[in-house]
Every structure is written in structure tokens, then in C-alpha cells.
Design a protein. Structure first.
Length: 80
């Protein structure tokens, strides 16, 4: 009877760890996107372009974060 309880507890802890990890990825996505937006804005202001750099760097940051999240999910699925 005890091993079942321990297994359920371990599964619950793994779920909480996954939730915390994805929350951290959400925070990271927001911070990186804001940083790339700011960098693109400064580049556009320096070069006198329309928001080309700002939008392209923002899209690049979002795609990059989603690729990293996808790789992390695939690693978790492989380990499970």
C-alpha cells in the first residue's frame, strides 16, 4: 500500500515541477521579447527605418523561445 502512495506523490511532484518550469519559460519569453523589442526600437531609431528591426527581432525572440520550450517538452516526454 505504501509504494502506491509514494508513486502518486512522486507523480504529483513531477506535475508541480513541470508547472513551475513552464511558468519560468513564460517569464523568460516575456523578458526576452521585451529586450529584443527595445533593441529593435533602438536600431530602428539609429538607422531611421520603420519598425522593421523591432518587429523582426520580436518575432525572432518568440520563435526562439518556442523552439526552446518545444525541445524541453520533448526531453520531458522522452524521459517519462
Amino acid at each position: 500500500m505504501m509504494p502506491i502512495f509514494r508513486k502518486k506523490r512522486r507523480d504529483t511532484l513531477n506535475i508541480f515541477q513541470a508547472i513551475i518550469m513552464f511558468s519560468a519559460w513564460g517569464f523568460t519569453t516575456v523578458i526576452v521579447s521585451a529586450l529584443f523589442l527595445w533593441l529593435g526600437y533602438d536600431l530602428d531609431k539609429l538607422l531611421g527605418t520603420s519598425p522593421k528591426f523591432m518587429l523582426s527581432l520580436f518575432i525572432l525572440s518568440v520563435i526562439g523561445c518556442f523552439i526552446l520550450i518545444y525541445q524541453e517538452v520533448m526531453k520531458i516526454i522522452k524521459d517519462a
